[in-house]
Design a protein around this ligand. Structure first.
Ligand code: PBG
Ligand code: ZN
Length: 326
């Protein structure tokens, strides 16, 4: 009479039959950081296994990704010259436009998303044009150049645009700009619910995008606010986003499920740099079984409701998934 649950756990084949959530290499988007230059492959101290790559090295990396069954990447650009408005991001010869073109030419079968923001391109490290008086980002001035940036990416051959700057009205603005330039087929994956999180620290080392003053709390979300978190994503859906996102992932799984329950759109999570770095270090110190904790974590994202997982673990996870198939 006490076998209510355990009798279905005894036979491993039955356990397999009853497994509700399964990970696959198709679930992952792998981030790549493109640095202006040649033959650059800089490993970043705070993120072991993650590199700044020049375009030639990124092309080689894509070959490795494809061998593992990974066909989706998201690109971040690290330009040589930064200025107050992030001009490199608005130029057809900027680092990211060049990277998209070169990777598409070498690997037409890769699905290329691009992170659409200004913090990697501005000398002050904020996500748009500054409003000096308010010591913050000017929403509407930034919207205007966000539209331009989206069209630059699309022209270069990006398959999907992923705006991450948390400006109000960014989705409708980008959609209009893309449609006007005849890119109505390009989907928008919005970083729709993005928190002002301290988990982004290592990313800012890799992307060289730490704000030179202040923080991002006047545009990114307060981690304490659940209703606002849902509302932000619903608003982006109304504005025309095709895919929504919660970022960071691990500390916000309640929000992932909440949003999933409020939308029928696909949902992505961004398993961010700080989450990756913590697990790396714990694994290195022998505190946890790295591979097992990584897979358990990725599974939790999917179980919570994520359809897409953007993760620095994608290659390691793909190796494990590919081996277990044999
Ligand atoms: C740019 C951007 C950031 C991340 C993705 N896009 C940094 C930030 O908002 O400061 C963070 C990703 C990570 O931590 O892995 N706006
Ligand atoms: Zn930004």
């Amino acid at each position: 009479m006490f076998k209510r649950f355990r009798r279905v756990r005894i036979n491993p084949k039955l356990r397999d039959l009853l497994t509700q959530t399964k990970l696959s290499t198709d679930d992952f988007i792998y981030p790549l950081f493109i640095k202006e230059g040649e033959k650059i492959k800089n490993e970043i101290g705070s993120m072991p296994g993650v590199f700044q790559l020049s375009i030639d090295e990124a092309i080689k990396e894509c070959l490795e990704l494809k061998k593992l069954g990974l066909y989706s990447i998201i690109l971040f650009g690290i330009p040589k010259i930064k200025d107050s408005i992030g001009s490199d991001a608005l130029c057809e010869h900027g680092v990211i436009a060049k990277a998209i073109r070169a990777i598409k030419e070498a690997h037409p079968d890769m699905f290329i998303s691009t992170d659409l923001c200004f913090c990697e391109y501005t000398d002050h490290g904020h996500c748009g044009i500054l409003d000096i008086e308010k010591e913050s980002v000017d929403n509407d001035k930034t919207l205007k150049i966000l539209g331009e940036q989206a069209v630059i990416h699309a022209k270069a051959g990006a398959d999907m645009i992923a705006p991450s700057g948390m400006m109000d009205g960014m989705i409708v603005t980008i959609r209009e700009a893309l449609d006007k330039a005849n890119f109505s087929d390009i989907p928008i994956m919005s970083y729709s619910t993005k928190f002002a999180s301290s988990y982004y620290g290592p990313f800012r080392d890799v992307a060289e995008s730490t704000p030179s003053f202040g923080d991002r709390r006047s545009y990114q979300m307060n981690p304490a606010n659940r209703d606002e978190a849902i509302n932000e994503s619903i608003e982006d859906e109304k504005e025309g986003a095709d895919i929504l996102m919660v970022k960071p992932a691990l500390a916000y799984l309640d929000i992932v499920r909440d949003i999933k329950n409020h939308t029928l759109l696909p949902l992505a999570v961004y398993n961010v740099s700080g989450e990756y770095a913590m697990l790396k270090l714990a694994g290195k110190e022998g505190l946890v079984d790295y591979d097992k904790v990584m897979m358990e974590t990725l599974l939790a994202f999917k179980r919570a409701g994520a359809d897409i997982i953007i993760t620095y673990h994608a290659k390691e996870a793909a190796k494990i998934l590919n081996e277990s198939k044999i």
